[in-house]
Design a binder for this molecule. Structure first.
Ligand code: COA
Length: 171
């Protein structure tokens, strides 16, 4: 597989047309989506897949699909998107497939995504989580993000805490 980025255990590439089954499996999984509005219907998952591909075309970023380097298995996705339509503030997201939970794959992917985000020119990165997603909260805090505010999220407009990581301009 042609990865544009590798970490110790993961390879990042871009979504392409043939990946739809991988995207559907990830985003229709009730466990993966438990804190993100529940499992998507297949139509919604396909729409998200197409949005990610459009974001790559428009902004040069997406929630990239990630793969376990040793086995080649799809491990989920991790990446960036404009935050509130701003391109200098990017939202970081990580969706790890169930077989890869508990191995800190989310953290490994997120650290690579943060580096990419700042190289991309972002002045700040943000991340949010569902109110009961303690694992996501723990990850966001381990990564050094600081709480900023809560805002309504998703179709049900549930309040999600949001966090921010600024570029360190001190050399
Ligand atoms: C939350 C997440 C990003 C954390 O990644 P990480 O910091 O690398 O942590 P790990 O994958 O090692 O998981 C940490 C713990 O969370 C658990 N966990 C992860 N996602 C879970 C979920 N949706 N429901 C229940 N438990 C979950 C893992 O089993 C693990 O438990 P353990 O430490 O007792 O073994 C990642 O597990 C994930 O993508 N989960 C599903 C999607 C999600 O919620 N993304 C965040 C959106 S804001």
């Amino acid at each position: 597989m042609s990865f544009f980025l590798r970490t110790a255990r993961l390879g990042f590439r871009h979504w392409s047309e043939g990946d739809l089954p991988l995207a559907l499996a990830l985003w229709t999984d009730p466990a993966v989506m438990a804190h993100m509005g529940g499992p998507m219907l297949p139509e919604a998952a396909e729409a998200r897949f197409r949005l990610e591909m459009a974001n790559q075309q428009t902004y040069g970023i997406q929630y990239w699909p990630i793969f376990h380097l040793r086995t080649g298995e799809h491990a989920g996705c991790a990446g960036l998107r404009p935050f509130h339509a701003k391109t200098d503030v990017l939202e970081v997201g990580v969706h790890i497939a169930r077989p890869f939970w508990s191995g800190r794959f989310g953290e490994e992917a997120a650290r690579a995504v943060i580096t990419l985000g700042f190289h991309h020119g972002a002045k700040a990165l943000v991340a949010g989580h569902g109110p009961n997603n303690i694992n996501s909260r723990a990850l966001i805090e381990r990564l050094g993000f600081r709480f900023t505010h809560e805002e309504s999220w998703g179709l049900q407009q549930i309040l999600h805490p949001y966090y921010r990581l600024e570029v360190n301009i001190e050399k």
